[in-house]
Design a protein around this ligand. Structure first.
Ligand code: MN
Length: 298
């Protein structure tokens, strides 16, 4: 199955009014491999557009990748890290962590993606960790300039902390390209177009769209007349049923209720930390229904 998913515009009130384009989870497709959340924002945001006060996560990893700008990350483990384009932040929330994100005024603009991966149930309650990757593999395959930020590809390895087989890469395509591109047939893939338009096996995909390709494909042909940039996200299909609610991923309604209460009641699982934003974002009210785990497809 192949399909092109359209983004929905989401206003993140906690992000000083930033409007982001969300392509995952999508009504049709909730996960691609273990990739379960995909927001992209910019390119023309003010450098200081992002100011997200302390908020918790559990059961997932947050994966931060920038095209432009600088963001300061702080978390309840005491981590303080500035991330710049070409670098990667992975925060493995596991049993629980809280963090804040503040973009700095030193850059020209802010443009990036916020991704999450879902942790398999065996690692759902892992000890939280934060990893900053200062430099990652870059290489070329013909007309493709590749920055690998997750997993392995074409003999290169990003040595990132993964809990299931995954790949993530930023790929720049030169103008007047028509070139084959090899895929791992055990993986399913998403192609998020960042700039320009891209043609995959004669299907045209425009900026902001996410093109999905099911597992079982080992080669595609990519063309671009005027050049393009896209994000390649892939992985082995994630077959567990999950509940994604607010900033948490769990397997049962009761687990979500417990995480929500721990955060809102300032439980020691979510220790306080200092940042330059101040305050914290409380969890919203639960919907008036029992949350049920769901699979990857509609
Ligand atoms: Mn977050």
């Amino acid at each position: 199955m192949r399909t092109t998913l359209q983004p929905r515009l989401v206003q993140l009130t906690t992000r000083s009014g930033i409007e982001v384009r969300r392509t995952l989870p999508h009504r049709e497709i909730r996960t691609i491999g273990a990739w379960c959340f995909l927001d992209d924002y910019g390119p023309n945001f003010e450098p200081s557009a992002m100011s997200v006060a302390a908020h918790p996560h559990a059961g997932l990893q947050t994966v931060t990748w920038l095209f432009e700008g600088e963001v300061e990350h702080r978390d309840s483990l005491g981590s303080v890290a500035i991330i710049r384009p070409g670098q990667l932040n992975i925060m493995t929330a596991g049993k629980g962590i809280s963090h804040s994100e503040l973009s700095t005024k030193d850059s020209q603009a802010l443009h990036g993606v916020q991704l999450w991966t879902v942790l398999p149930s065996a690692d759902q309650y892992a000890e939280p960790t934060f990893d900053h990757y200062e430099s990652l593999p870059t290489f070329a395959i013909g007309n493709f300039d590749i920055r690998l930020f997750m997993g392995a590809m074409n003999g290169h390895d990003a040595h990132t902390k993964n809990f299931s087989p995954l790949v993530g890469a930023e790929i720049k395509v030169a103008a007047s390209t028509r070139q084959d591109f090899e895929l791992n047939s055990n993986f399913e893939y998403g192609f998020l177009i960042i700039e320009g338009s891209l043609t995959i096996d004669e299907v045209v995909i425009e900026a902001g769209e996410l093109h999905f390709i099911d597992q079982g494909v080992n080669k595609i042909t990519i063309s671009s007349l005027s050049g393009s940039k896209f994000l390649l996200l892939g992985g082995e299909p994630f077959t567990e049923e999950i509940i994604m609610w607010w900033n948490f991923i769990a397997r049962s309604h009761e687990q979500i209720v417990e995480l929500r209460e721990k955060w809102n009641n300032h439980s020691p699982e979510f220790p306080r930390f200092e940042d330059r934003i101040g305050g914290r974002i409380p969890a919203p009210a639960l919907p008036n229904m029992h949350l049920s785990p769901r699979g990857s497809r509609r």
